[in-house]
Every structure is written in structure tokens, then in C-alpha cells.
Design a binder for this molecule. Sequence first.
Ligand SMILES: Nc1ncnc2c1ncn2[C@@H]1O[C@H](COP(=O)(O)OP(=O)(O)OP(=O)(O)O)[C@@H](O)[C@H]1O
Ligand SMILES: [Mg+2]
Length: 269
Amino acid sequence: MTGEAKKAFIIAVAGKGGTGKTIITSLVLKLLTEQGRGRVLAIDADPATSLPSALGVRIQKTIGDVREEIASPSQVFFSETMPTDMLIEYTLDEILVHTPRFSLLAMGRSEGPGCYCLINDMLRHFIDKLSARFSTVLIDCEAGLEHLSRRTTRDVDTLLVVSDPTKRGIETARAIKILAEKLQINVRQIYLVVNKVTEDEDVQNALPGLIADSGLTLIGVVPEDEQIRAYDLVGKPIIELPDDSKAVIAVKEIFGKLYKIRLCREELI
Ligand SMILES: Nc1ncnc2c1ncn2[C@@H]1O[C@H](COP(=O)(O)OP(=O)(O)OP(=O)(O)O)[C@@H](O)[C@H]1O
Ligand SMILES: [Mg+2]
């Protein structure tokens, strides 16, 4: 390596709505923190802001809230005395939630047409600055393709595209891959994760065809796990799933492959 500052390893989790992005993000975070891979910044980039509860964390403010505060008339005094970028940095530092295991930043909702552009510009700029303070940045993306088309997720080391074993989930996964290539987003590697896979014969029979249709490289399959349902039913943090949960075991395998690939790449650089 040259004298360059070490950059965080950025993992983004995308896919069709409801396929399990937030669950997979939470389990990857669980493993990252348990395996002592350095400090992790988790970013909830979904306006629905469901990652905090999956991680058992309460957030006070989102980036969307900050945007509104900055735009509000009461901030005029500050914006006249403090440069906007300094104001944004100061406020964002205030909304970062720190736990002993990781830090969390939630993007939140914005109001009004086209407002996301400003938030995303802010997020982009400050992710870059913030990430230097972390070993890994893990992003739970919003459903669908908007995120990619607005190019919030760029300079990603690994994009995990989650699908359930359905034709529509896989079609969205394929569309995400095509869009990422078309937009020339700087994604080093894209992998498919098929989640919520059951032992049903028809699912097992259809799986190879679905995987092939995605046009993506499969990194792993995560089974339908009744413990996840039970945790979600009562709002228990997913990050607290036991190590013998079927989904945790499967994500551990995916995680192992990811880091093996990463080490091989680093050796090649
Ligand atoms: N492996 C699994 N086993 C059982 N249930 C699962 C599994 N993965 C996800 N689920 C369930 O599927 C639902 C959707 O999961 P999740 O919220 O992670 O999806 P998402 O892609 O983040 O959704 P959204 O697009 O709304 O953000 C949840 O009810 C969750 O409990
Ligand atoms: Mg989600």
C-alpha cells in the first residue's frame, strides 16, 4: 500500500422491497462486530428507517430531520454565521448514534418533490468524510432502483443484491445489476443473496433457474428462519439472534466468502 489513508470497506445491501435487506444487513453487522473487524458505521438509507429497531437502537434524528432544520427560518442566523458545510457536519456528528459495538446513521424521510437530491448530496459528501473513521461502512439501501439511479450508493466495494426465491425478486436483482453497470457506479463486486429459501420441492427445483436468470454471481442462500419471524413478531432485535439460528449460520458462510475474496484482492493490489 502507498502512503494513502486507509479507506473503509463499503458494503451496500440492495434488492426488491421485503426481500430481507434489513435482516441481511443486521446479520452482517452482527458478524462484523463479533469478529472484531474494527469499528462499523451502519447507514440506514431507507426512508422507512427500520434498521435501528432491527439493531435494537433508538434514533433521535435522521438526515431528513437535519435537512429540514437547516432549511428552516430559525437556522438563518446560524447559516449566516457558519458556513453551511460546517453546519451540516456539526449537526450530522450530533445525530450519529454510537453503541459499544457500532455507530448508526439514519437517512430518514424528506418532504417535497426532489428534496432527496440535497440530502443525498449531503450524505455522499459526509459518508466519504465519516468513513475514514471506520473500518467498514454497511448500507441498508431503500427498495428498488431509486437509490442507484440517484447515485447515493457509489464507490461501493461489495453490493449484495438480496432476492427472495420469486421471479419478481430475481427480476429486480437483475435490473439492479444492469442499472449499476449502466450508471457506471463504482461497485467493485456485485453478488446475489437468495433469502427466505424453504425446503419446499418446488422452490428447490426452481432455484437454479432463478439464480441463472439473475445474471449475478450467487454468494449464498439464506433459509427461511422461523426464529426471525418470532423475533420480528415481538420486535426483538435481529442482531441478538443466537449463533445457531439457520439464517446466522448461512450469513456467516457468506461473510467468510466475502472476506476471503477481499483478502485475495488486497494481496493482488
Ligand atoms: N431468512 C428469513 N427467514 C424468515 N423471515 C425472514 C427472513 N428474511 C426476512 N424475513 C422476513 O421478511 C420480512 C421482510 O424483511 P426485511 O424487512 O428485512 O426486508 P427489506 O427488504 O428490508 O424490506 P423493505 O424493502 O420494506 O425495507 C420481515 O417480516 C422479516 O421478518
Ligand atoms: Mg428494510
